[in-house]
Ligand binder design. Structure first.
Ligand SMILES: NC(=O)c1ccc[n+]([C@@H]2O[C@H](COP(=O)([O-])OP(=O)(O)OC[C@H]3O[C@@H](n4cnc5c(N)ncnc54)[C@H](OP(=O)(O)O)[C@@H]3O)[C@@H](O)[C@H]2O)c1
Length: 292
C-alpha cells in the first residue's frame, strides 16, 4: 500500500517509517519542512498529488509544559493540523490513522481507562489533542485513533534517554512515584498501526474508531527509572545504578498538571485486531541495545 507518514522524523514517526518499509509498503515519509500539517493548501496539494492509500499522522506538538504558554502553536498543530488532514483525507476517501494520548483524561479513575470513558484534559496539550480527535470524528468515518501513553524509544527525547543522561551525571536522584502508567515502546506502536493496516489491506474493511494501546506491567515513573538504571547498568551503559528516591507530584511541580493514572485498557484493540499489550521490560532491553 502507499502510506503517507506525516511527522516522519518524530519518535514514533521514525519507527513507523522503518516498520512500513520492512513490511514492503511504499512509504512517503514527510518531515515538517516537506509537509507542514498546519498549511491546509500544502496538505491538499501533497495528498492530491501523491494519492496515498493510507495517511498516518505521527506529527504533533508534544511539549506538554511549554504548551501552557504556546497555546496557539499547540492548537495550530494538534487541532487545526489534524483537521486539515481529516478534511483532505475525507474528500479523497483515504483512511486516516492518528495517534493520540492518555492526556485527554484527568487520571482520576482508579482502573485503566477505556475508550468510552469521559475525557477531561488537565492542560493545553491534552485539550488540543482532544480537539484534534474530535475534528477527525466530525469529518470522517474511516479513521483509527490510537491513544498511547508514556512513549519511549531509541530516537528523540524521552524519559529513558533523560534517565540515562542523569544516571551518568548523578549518584542519586528523585523521581515521582505517585503517577501510574504503562510505558509504551515507539516501535510497538508503529508495529501495531502497520499490523492494522495489513488487516485492512487483506480484508478490505476495518472496524474504524478509537483504540487504546500501552505497555504492561503498570508502574510509576519511579519504578520505570529504577528498571532503566538496572538494565542500563547490566548492559554496560552506566558504570553504576544511581539511588532513586521516590517523591510525590507535589514535590516536583510542573507548569502542566499530569494525570495520576495513565493506564489504558487495551482489551478493545486485542478483541478487534488480536494485538497484545507489549511487555515494556523486554522492549526497554531492545531500546538499550539499540542505544548501545
Ligand atoms: N511522547 C509521549 O510520551 C507521548 C505520549 C502519549 C501520546 N503521544 C502522541 O504520540 C504521537 C507521536 O509522538 P512522538 O513522541 O513521536 O512526538 P515527537 O517525537 O515530538 O514527534 C513529533 C513530530 O511531529 C513533527 N511536527 C510538529 N509540528 C509539525 C507540523 N506542523 N507539521 C508536520 N510535522 C510536525 C515534529 O517535527 P520536528 O522534527 O520538526 O520537530 C516531530 O517530528 C503524538 O501524537 C503524541 O501526541 C506521545
Amino acid at each position: 500500500m502507499k502510506i503517507l507518514i506525516a511527522g516522519a522524523q518524530g519518535q514514533v514517526g521514525s519507527e513507523l517509517v522503518s516498520v512500513a518499509n520492512q513490511s514492503k509498503h511504499t512509504v512517503f515519509a514527510t518531515t515538517r519542512s516537506e509537509l507542514d500539517i498546519t498549511q491546509a493548501k500544502s496538505v491538499d496539494a501533497y495528498i492530491s498529488q501523491n494519492q496515498p492509500d493510507i495517511v498516518i499522522n505521527a506529527a504533533a506538538y508534544t511539549a506538554v509544559d511549554k504548551a501552557e504558554e504556546e497555546h496557539n502553536l499547540a492548537y495550530a498543530i494538534n487541532h487545526d493540523g489534524v483537521k486539515n488532514l481529516a478534511v483532505v483525507c475525507s474528500r479523497n476517501n483515504i483512511p486516516l490513522f492518528h495517534i493520540s494520548t492518555d492526556y485527554v483524561f484527568d487520571g482520576s479513575k482508579i482502573d485503566a481507562y477505556c475508550e468510552e470513558d469521559d475525557v477531561s484534559p488537565l492542560g493545553v496539550y491534552g485539550e488540543s489533542k482532544w480537539q484534534g480527535e474530535e475534528s477527525i470524528r466530525e469529518h470522517m468515518e474511516q479513521f483509527i485513533i490510537l491513544r498511547v501513553a508514556w512513549v519511549f524509544g531509541a530516537h528523540r527525547n524521552n524519559f529513558v534517554k533523560t534517565m540515562l543522561r542523569l544516571g551518568n551525571e548523578k549518584d542519586e536522584l528523585n523521581v515521582v512515584a505517585d503517577q501510574y502508567g504503562g510505558p509504551s515502546p515507539a516501535k510497538n506502536i508503529a508495529e501495531t498501526l502497520i499490523d492494522i493496516i495489513g488487516q485492512y489491506q487483506k480484508n478490505k474493511k476495518l472496524e474504524w474508531g478509537t483504540y487504546h494501546y500501552c505497555g504492561y506491567p503498570k508502574t510509576t515513573w519511579h519504578g520505570f527509572a529504577k528498571e532503566i538504571f538496572h538494565q542500563a547498568h547490566e548492559a554496560g551503559l552506566l558504570n553504576k545504578e544511581p539511588k532513586v528516591n521516590p517523591i510525590t507530584t507535589a514535590q516536583y511541580p510542573t507548569p502542566a498538571k499530569r494525570p495520576e493514572n495513565s493506564m489504558l485498557d487495551c482489551s478493545k484493540l486485542n478483541k478487534t485486531f488480536g494485538i497484545e499489550m507489549p511487555n515494556w521490560h523486554n522492549s526497554l532491553n531492545e531500546v538499550l541495545m539499540d542505544l548501545k
